[in-house]
Design a protein around this ligand. Structure first.
Ligand SMILES: CC(=O)N[C@H]1[C@@H](OP(=O)(O)OP(=O)(O)OC[C@H]2O[C@@H](n3ccc(=O)[nH]c3=O)[C@H](O)[C@@H]2O)O[C@H](CO)[C@@H](O)[C@@H]1O[C@H](C)C(=O)N[C@@H](C)C(=O)N[C@H](CCC(=O)O)C(=O)O
Ligand SMILES: Nc1ncnc2c1ncn2[C@@H]1O[C@H](COP(=O)(O)OP(=O)(O)OP(=O)(O)O)[C@@H](O)[C@H]1O
Length: 509
């Protein structure tokens, strides 16, 4: 085992016997087992160097860290274990993980997507368009780990950009399925924590940049700096010219080829004459001097931006517009992002992931132009996190819908009634049009009961997975089951037609 080959410039020195075989690598002592390598990472709460004893007890035969004093001390205590001193444990974790997975990423084309909003959607659109063009493409991000056809049931240790040890194993899994391209979300936190260290991106995609995660990054400039790292060394940059946040920074510093897209400004690829309907969005697509009328079955101007980013990515990959054009009208987004689930006779129903006051305000702006009668809105307080957002959620939506159903999502250790009460506290007035319904499934039915002909039912919340977290347990749960139950009980014959998604269990749960 040549540590310099594996750890490259991160290697400093080593002590103790070189292991014959390392079977796995982990940054959490609790997850290490026989013949493993444990990487000590200094975090926000604690320091991995404190858990070397546990890792050795669990079977670690190699320890990597950057605290020379602790590494030397522990090497004397455990002479049968190899201790490796490195410059940066997170970069070392990435390089070592790549080695353990035979550098699968080098046999794949990687596309990274970064920005404050739109990453999940751009990732899903790109995956759809590339697969439709005959390029076997997987994806990694908030919507899960996907091969070219389905979501894979692989464990995720982070919400969006995986730790490098997981990331390399996902890529290796994809390669065994002959997947040649992977499109992945690159979050500022993931980039900052070196989860993508050592990967080469053929294409780096930018959506937009607004202040977010400032508690983590400290300043907007640091947040931007983290995002810009995706573009270091990439061959092609896809840039949203309408974004004031970081478009200029990329354009002025990027060395490779640049594809720009925009709605407001001049760009290589542009959309004009946008018309949003309940079925989807019509616009004129401009690619340099050529124009094409286009329909995509998704809603919202922001999704036109996301589509343009994905289209540029495909064009930059060398796919012809001729190949892509027929795919537009069946474009599929990620589950629960303005997902038009069904036309219930003469009513409309949309699921959206919005669960913060800002996202709900955005969502309500987006659906404003849609032709409809009344708006029936379901909002949720979340039990397992963001308790402080419950009352502000009420403030964000008060007076903006005809009927508001308030419910709970992932109640966790709390009673759903208490979660709902916290949301209700945020309304300034008591109203017969505000309906507290603590159980999420019952709340969906209530929203459907309230709707009449021509009404739009907007179901929001984070319940995109197939479970609810209740008292520490993952309880199986699907929103769509409640839609179906309601329809079965109330309607003799209904056509559920999908726009922008395939009817499936993972569609709206
Ligand atoms: C806030 C944040 O980024 N946390 C990450 C960070 O955790 P931390 O600094 O709190 O770690 P810590 O608890 O101090 O522990 C330090 C080290 O000791 C280890 N440890 C700890 C206890 C023990 O008994 N044994 C042991 O080995 C820990 O595994 C860790 O390696 O370092 C850990 C190890 O590298 C990460 O797994 C962890 O991500 C957690 C899971 C997470 O959820 N992060 C979120 C915020 C995140 O990354 N989100 C973004 C999306 C953001 C967006 O929405 O845009 C993402 O890309 O997923
Ligand atoms: N291009 C965009 N511009 C502005 N807002 C957007 C854009 N794309 C999506 N949004 C808004 O952000 C929400 C989340 O979209 P999406 O999941 O694609 O973004 P994301 O960057 O992956 O965020 P997250 O990591 O929180 O999932 C959408 O429901 C929509 O309200």
């Amino acid at each position: 085992m040549n540590l310099i080959n594996i750890l490259q410039d991160q290697y400093v020195s080593s002590r103790g016997p070189a292991p014959n075989l390392i079977t796995h690598i982990h940054y959490d002592s609790r997850k290490v087992s026989q013949n493993g390598c444990f990487v000590c990472i200094s975090g926000d709460n604690t320091d991995g160097h404190l858990f070397i004893d546990t890792a050795v007890q669990k079977g670690a035969i190699q320890i990597i860290g950057d605290n020379e004093h602790v590494i030397n001390e522990q090497a004397a205590k455990y002479p049968f274990v190899q201790f490796v001193l490195v410059k940066n444990p997170k970069k070392s974790l990435a390089l070592y993980s790549s080695h353990l997975h035979d550098h699968a990423h080098k046999d794949m084309s990687l596309i990274g997507v970064t920005g404050t909003q739109g990453k999940t959607t751009i990732t899903a659109y790109t995956r759809y368009l590339l697969n439709g063009s005959g390029i076997k493409t997987g994806s990694i991000g908030t919507a899960g780990i996907w091969d070219n056809t389905k979501s894979l049931s692989l464990h995720k240790s982070t919400p969006t950009t995986p730790e490098s040890s997981d990331l390399h194993s996902y890529l290796a899994t994809m390669l065994t399925q002959d997947i040649s391209t992977c499109v992945m979300e690159a979050t500022s936190i993931g980039l900052d924590q070196e989860r993508l260290h050592g990967l080469h991106f053929d294409i780096a995609v930018h959506s937009n940049l607004y202040p977010e995660h400032l508690d983590y990054h400290g300043t907007f400039e640091e947040y931007k700096r983290a995002k810009l790292r995706l573009f270091d060394g990439a061959d092609v940059a896809i840039v949203n010219k309408d974004d004031d946040g970081m478009a200029r920074d990329i354009i002025t510093s990027f060395d490779g080829r640049i594809w720009t897209y925009a709605i407001e400004n001049h760009a290589k690829v542009r959309a004009t004459d946008i018309e949003v309907t309940t079925e989807g969005t019509y616009f004129t697509l401009h690619i340099q001097k050529d124009t094409h009328p286009v329909f995509i079955p998704v809603l919202g101007i922001h999704n036109v931006y996301n589509f343009l980013a994905s289209l540029c990515t495909c064009l930059a990959k060398g796919i012809s517009l001729h190949t892509l054009l027929p795919l537009f009208e069946t474009l599929e987004g990620p589950p629960g992002r303005l997902q038009v689930v069904s036309e219930l006779d003469d009513r409309h129903m949309i699921f959206d992931f919005s669960h913060t006051p800002a996202a709900l305000e955005n969502l309500l702006e987006t659906v404003k132009p849609l032709p409809r009668n009344r708006l029936i809105l379901m909002v949720t307080g979340i039990g397992i996190r963001e308790k402080e957002l419950r009352a502000p959620i009420a403030a964000a939506v008060e007076g903006k819908a005809d009927e508001i159903v308030v419910t709970s999502d992932h109640p966790g250790d709390e009673e759903p009634e208490d979660v709902v009460r916290d949301v209700l506290d945020g309304f300034t007035e008591v109203s017969p049009h505000i309906h507290p319904v603590p159980q999420r499934g019952d709340a969906i039915k209530k929203a459907m009961e309230l709707a009449e002909a021509g009404d739009l039912i907007l179901i929001t919340g984070i319940c995109m997975e197939d479970f609810q977290i209740v008292k520490g347990e993952k309880v199986p749960y699907h929103d769509y089951d409640h839609v179906k139950d309601f329809l079965a009980s109330r309607m003799s014959s209904v056509t559920l037609s999908q726009i922008g998604c395939t009817p499936s269990k993972d569609m709206c749960v």
